[in-house]
Design a protein. Structure first.
Length: 546
């Protein structure tokens, strides 16, 4: 399989279906490196956290996998696994008999079947990295041992992700957690790995400390050239050079051709006529060897932040991708979130494949890679690409109406979906700051028939919910002259006393597909936010009534 055929492909959807489709088409595998950072199942919202429309309680509005590992659906997956991998099935099934919680078993079953397909999609030379925490890492390792084989386990990398730990008014009941685990497996013993390329460069101070001697070529340290008997006998390394032989049957540390090469390069000297040594220089070592304890990569900050709560730093993925892949190797992430794996692979000019179940995540990745060059740099699958496919999703696909609404709100408008839209009367919203307060754009999406009664009801909803701007979205054929007149009658939204845009606006699907977007203020805040508590005062903007 030519990886160039899969260069820069982004999929929207549940990764299990995409994994199955890819496996059906390419059962022998075609991916060189897979990194995943799935939800950790540690009773925290590890999926996308969104800014709450209720300013008094910023909580998670959407969890993409909320029902994925329910106690009901996991039984179907477990039954499916019994036909794919009996050992894996028996491991998961037996967890029930020893009192492990159904939540944990459901999570492990959900993850195991996905990892099973990922292993199949790797080339024989491929590598797999699973980012997890101590909540499930021990169970996940057993599952991976069964899927990849115990002998193909390479490392458990411990990443110290933070130095700043939260304080509490209550007495600590355990040591605070500041690390994640990254399980590293390969599909076979023949895999790509380069430890030199990810070595940490020496600082000037370290070079002076560890290379205390100096000659015309620069700084160096002295390294013995004879092996000790504790290293074992090496007859092939027992030779004579310049009248000197190794003092024991352990021999020299390097072959005769290498010794001559180093001497010709000025890297051999003598303590006395019988004791040569090698001048070991900083460029020979190439920096500090990276072990499986990573303390030198800090959490994401500054311009790199996308506002995504579990975002991993690019330096972390750069180390993994450089160490375990070659130029033009295909890199895949099936839980790609805000797209750090994708962004780093793109910067390293490696082809990539990404999957996420969130419209917002897909849109964020599209913006991160290069919004102005979407058609030129990568392809998005699983979303409508033209008017015909938009209408097909809206009217002819089972459950398509809700997917259509989510696509418009989250992907086209980069808004936040209202998970209670059926009972609250609007489909989504966006926020922005103006006039010294947080303002709201209320979004309503219509996929089918639209009447003036529908439009008037939306105008009233915007007023009832204290919306600052209302945005009504429909197909062009549904738009009427009376709707435009009614929208204009609602007047303008003002910023600092000056009219900025119409208070009620109408956007057609045709406009949005053609990159003609409504005139509304841009947010100065990140779309994705961590769940935090925020108190409101009497001077704050009234909260929307949810």
């Amino acid at each position: 399989m030519d990886t160039q055929n899969w260069k820069n492909q982004l999929f929207f959807g549940d990764n299990i279906f995409i994994l199955k489709d890819l496996y059906f088409e390419y059962p022998k595998g075609f991916i060189d490196l897979i990194y995943i950072d799935p939800p950790f199942n540690s009773k925290r919202n590890y999926n996308v956290l969104f800014e709450s429309i209720d300013l008094s309680d910023s909580t998670a509005q959407k969890e993409a996998f909320a029902d994925t590992w329910s106690n009901i659906s996991y039984l179907d997956t477990l039954n499916e696994l019994s036909k794919l991998d009996l050992h894996l099935y028996n491991f998961l099934k037996n967890l029930e008999n020893i009192g492990i919680s159904f939540s944990a078993i459901s999570y492990l079953t959900t993850m195991s079947i996905r990892i099973w397909y990922m292993q199949k999609l790797l080339k024989d030379t491929g590598s797999f990295y699973l980012h997890c925490d101590s909540t499930m890492s021990h169970y996940l390792k057993i599952a991976c041992d069964l899927i990849f084989g115990e002998s193909h386990f390479r490392d458990e990398i411990i990443w110290k992700r933070t130095n700043s730990l939260k304080t509490s008014q209550f007495k600590d009941r355990k040591f605070p957690v500041s690390t994640d685990s990254i399980l590293f497996y390969t599909k076979s013993d023949n895999y790509n790995f380069d430890s030199d390329i990810v070595k940490v460069p020496f600082t000037k101070e370290e070079i002076i400390e560890h290379y205390p001697f100096q000659d015309e070529k620069g700084r160096f340290t002295k390294s013995p050239l004879f092996r000790s008997m504790g290293m074992g006998e090496r007859p092939n390394l027992c030779y004579e050079y310049k009248g000197v032989s190794a003092p024991s049957k352990a021999g020299w540390k390097i072959s005769l051709p290498k010794l001559i090469e180093y001497d010709n390069n000025g890297d051999i000297d003598w303590s006395n006529p019988k004791t040569p040594y090698r001048k070991y220089r900083p460029e020979h070592t190439k920096g500090w060897l990276v072990s499986n304890i990573w303390t030198d990569i800090v959490q994401t900050g500054g311009d790199e932040r996308q506002g995504y709560p579990t975002q991993k730093p690019e330096a972390l993925l750069e180390r993994i991708i450089k160490a375990s892949s070659l130029d033009n190797d295909l890199i895949a992430d099936f839980f790609c979130g805000c797209g750090t794996t994708i962004a780093v692979a793109d910067k390293l000019k490696r082809p990539w494949l990404g999957v996420d179940i969130s419209h917002l995540a897909v849109r964020l990745i599209a913006n991160r890679i290069g919004k102005d060059n979407i058609d030129k740099t990568f392809e998005i699958h699983g979303l409508p690409k033209d008017l015909a496919s938009a209408k097909e999703l809206a009217n002819n696909v089972k459950g398509g109406r809700l997917e259509f609404e989510a696509w418009v709100v989250e992907f086209l408008l980069h808004g936040i979906l209202n998970e209670r839209r059926n009972e609250m009367g609007f489909d989504g919203y966006r926020t922005f700051d103006a006039n010294g307060k947080k303002c709201f754009v209320i979004i309503e999406v219509k996929s089918g028939n639209v009447t003036m009664a529908h439009f008037n009801h939306f105008i009233q909803t915007v007023a009832n919910k204290n919306g600052d701007i209302g945005l009504f979205v429909c197909f062009e054929e549904q738009l009427t002259k009376n709707m435009n007149i009614a929208a204009k009658k609602e007047g303008a939204f003002e910023i600092n006393g000056n009219a900025f845009c119409d208070k009620i606006q109408i956007a057609t699907i045709e406009d949005l597909l053609d990159n003609r977007f409504p005139h509304i203020p841009e947010s100065t805040k990140e779309t994705f936010k961590k769940a935090v508590k925020k108190a409101t005062s009497n001077n704050d903007h009234p909260k929307l009534d949810l």
